[in-house]
Design a protein around this ligand. Structure first.
Ligand code: ADP
Ligand code: MG
Length: 729
């Protein structure tokens, strides 16, 4: 039988492994060779230009026009000597994917010849015709211009013979149309706010960097099988498919030996990533079959986010060399684990300290506590916003599905820190009085055991967990960009630190000792944010009940969660810190809702199409064979034997009809629900209609189709099955 599935399986089964030729070099010899890094800048820039670029990176100083021309000339020379023929501004519009528009360096000159050109203004600013990017109504049609502007803090790089220049993307009227603009503002905000707090402890701290180390999970599927699944191709996930008899129950994939073909892919991917300066470090098998993870060494957050974007692109590109397709979707297969992207986040100083690392001296100890409780308080006060920034139709399948943290945002800090905060909360006037002098108070602070660092109890069920010297934000989805979670996290902590300083300074102004004042406010915040702390099993039913008792939100769906973008608390927060205006937030809210609606709409169409033209016809064809068989039996058997032996077939014939009937009915009802939803005009009404009225049909239709998969002759079934998708490698 030559259906699409069998053709695909035939191709997948006879794959030859793609052999990659690597140069005989140490990784350190090619690491970063495709980036315009410091060494390249030194070589290709004048001293004056080099110094200005460094000042711009370190202090945010503007690069003047004359110097921009020099820098452009240097980058051009470097890029051309590395084989680049084109250049592009590379930015992060609100689609969540990266955007680029390539221009050739070469310009014609007299006599039919050409010359490579690249001027300062082409480096620093471009005006892409950007009217098709989502703007949430910000860019009206009569003013469709958008500008990209160079971000010198993320080095330019060469990919596919094209010089890529990381940029921000703003509208003609100055509103941001991307993720990088608010990110850079949030980074500025946390730097200033955290430095101010550090100044209580150490005058040498003059700069604080947020750091990010992401862990990217993904699935690999053989490319031929992928192409035979229209649902994977069009939606990134399987909308049908009965679970495989064996999937992850034996837990034999996690940390197992990496299959050869996958390893060949990973090696080439890592080689290319290293050439681009992406410090990928760890690779391993994940829990589900054909699921893998990759993690880098952490970096400054802006660079780390660009590297994650680049890396997702690279995964996809290199996988194709090995005839795999990478699935970054949060839930490509039902019944096995989905994929997340843990965001490990911390704060580093110019003095090379980690502010989230419990210190050795009492003074460092107090500083650590100050940052810890401020983070707890920030997450406590803005938990709905944190939920909102990880909302996506894909992530809705994960959050709360017993494999990923739930939609309830809580923080895990481990037993020792919990005990410590409890001791602080109950420290009464008497203990405080005993600690008459500042230095005594420090001595009396409960000591953080040194083993904490390597030995934080691991709670893998928490959406936001302290892991010894950093927080791990685990609820982020695998397909999402890290930018929104990082904008919000840095922003809420910056805002909180600023409030903290005001309260501490007020106490100091009333003649309270500095450390005493710090301690008082730490104690207050610890108490006020207690509700957000949870040390137990986040996957349990008890926690859902307990959280409800604590009055915590549990916003299960994207349309519901997105609401927090436009709450007054959120708009005030963003405006007060000059990160996004209310108008920009409303635009982002609208884009989020529209994106949700469109994705569910596409899934619904694909589901209806596949049910109607892949599954039902095949079920009927098989049913006809059974009917023929029963008719034949009647001719050749005596009535009694026939009555007995045709029973099974008769049952199957009826069952098939029942499933087909149910599928048809539900598909029709789903189409009606979609039509009704499409008539709605307000983006939120529409998204809620898709969520509440259209989406519920998916499971109903699927369950009948998946039962048919078990009934129908394997040779007829058109869609590659779970066992084939998950175990071909
Ligand atoms: P897990 O046990 O959750 O798999 P890993 O230890 O493998 O975690 O990965 C942790 C990630 O955290 C890595 O990307 C690492 O670079 C990152 N990380 C470590 N320290 C910091 C830090 N101070 N700031 C940000 N990220 C960090
Ligand atoms: Mg992790």
């Amino acid at each position: 039988m030559d259906n699409l599935r069998f053709r695909a399986l035939g191709i997948a089964m006879t794959r030859k492994q793609h052999v990659v030729e690597f140069p005989n070099l140490k990784a350190s010899e090619y690491f970063g060779e495709l980036t315009f890094n410091k060494a390249a800048m030194r070589e290709y820039l004048t001293e004056e230009a080099f110094n200005q670029v460094m000042n711009s990176i370190e202090k945010g100083e503007k690069i003047d026009r004359k110097i921009a021309d020099q820098v452009a000339a240097g980058i051009k020379a470097w890029a051309i000597s590395n084989g680049a023929t084109h250049y592009t501004h590379w930015f992060l519009p609100l689609t969540g994917a990266t955007a680029e528009k390539h221009d050739a360096f070469v310009d014609p000159v007299e006599g039919g010849k050409g010359i490579e050109k690249f001027r300062g203004n082409e480096l620093t600013q471009q005006e892409p015709d950007a009217s098709s990017f989502p703007s949430g109504g910000i860019r009206s049609t009569f003013e469709a211009r958008g500008y990209t502007a160079w971000d010198p803090t993320s080095p330019a790089f060469i990919m596919d013979r094209t010089l890529c220049i990381p940029t921000v993307f703003v509208s003609y009227t100055g509103e941001s149309l991307d993720y990088k603009t608010p990110l850079l503002k949030a980074i500025y905000s946390i730097d200033k706010a955290a430095v101010d707090i550090c100044q209580y402890f150490d005058k040498n701290i003059t700069k604080v960097f947020a750091t990010l180390g992401w862990e990217q999970e993904y699935f690999l599927v053989d490319n031929a099988l992928y192409l035979a699944r229209p649902d994977l191709v069009l939606t990134g996930r399987t909308l049908f498919g009965h679970s495989s008899a064996k999937d992850q129950q034996l837990e034999d994939h996690y940390f197992g030996t990496i299959p050869q073909r996958v390893l060949a892919f990973m090696q080439e991917f890592e080689y290319e990533a290293h050439r681009l300066g992406i410090p990928v470090k760890t690779r391993h098998n994940e829990v589900a079959p054909n699921q893998f993870e990759c993690a880098p060494v952490f970096e400054e957050v802006n660079l780390s986010i660009d590297h994650n974007q680049l890396m997702m692109h690279l995964l996809d590109k290199i996988a194709r060399h090995h005839d795999f397709t990478v699935l970054l979707h949060e839930k490509p297969f039902s019944g096995v684990n989905g994929s997340g992207k843990h965001n490990n986040w911390s704060l580093a100083t110019n003095t090379r300290e980690n502010l989230l690392s419990p210190g050795k001296t009492p003074k460092e100890n107090l500083r650590f506590l100050a940052f810890l409780v401020n983070i707890l308080k920030a997450v406590h006060d803005h938990s709905d916003l944190i939920r909102a920034i990880i909302a996506s139709p894909g992530n809705d399948h994960r959050l709360g599905a017993n494999e990923a943290p739930p939609a309830i945002i809580s923080v895990f800090i481990g037993t020792q820190l919990t005990q410590m905060l409890e001791a602080i909360e109950t420290a009464d006037k008497h203990t405080m009085a005993k600690a008459a002098t500042d230095s005594d108070l420090l001595k009396n602070l409960p000591k953080i055991p040194e083993i904490l660092l390597d030995n934080t109890d691991r709670n893998r069920t928490s959406p936001f967990a302290f892991t010894g010297n950093k927080f791990e934000f685990r609820a982020v989805g695998s397909a999402q960009t890290c930018a929104p979670p990082m904008i919000v996290l840095n922003l809420i902590v910056a805002d909180q630190l600023r409030k903290f300083k005001i309260e501490v300074d007020a106490l100091i102004a009333k003649k309270m000792g500095k450390e005493d004042a710090l301690f008082q406010v730490i104690k207050k915040y610890s108490k006020e944010s207690k509700k957000i702390r949870f040390e137990g099993n986040n996957y349990s039913v008890e926690w859902v009940k307990e959280a409800a008792k604590r009055g915590m939100s549990n916003r299960k769906t994207t349309p519901e969660a997105l609401q927090a973008f436009v709450d007054k608390k959120t708009t005030d927060l963003f405006e007060r810190n000059n990160v996004l205006s209310k108008r920009e937030l409303m635009a982002r809210h609208e884009i989020g809702l529209e994106n949700y609606t469109k994705k569910i709409q596409i899934e619904s169409r694909v589901l209806g199409d596949l049910a109607g033209n892949h599954i039902i016809p095949v079920a009927i064809r098989y049913q006809n064979t059974l009917i023929e068989n029963v008719k034949g039996l009647k001719q050749v058997l005596d009535l009694k034997t026939y009555g007995k032996l045709s029973q099974n077939q008769m049952e199957t014939i009826t069952e098939i009809s029942e499933h087909v009937d149910k599928i048809k009915t539900y598909v029709n009802e789903m189409i009606d629900a979609r039509k009704a939803a499409n008539l709605l005009h307000e983006p939120d009404e529409k998204a809620f209609a898709y969520c509440d009225k259209v989406l519920p049909f998916f499971e109903k239709i699927r369950s009948h189709a998946d039962k048919l998969e078990l009934l129908v002759d394997d040779e007829l079934w058109p869609l590659p099955k779970y066992r084939e998708l998950l175990f071909t490698r």
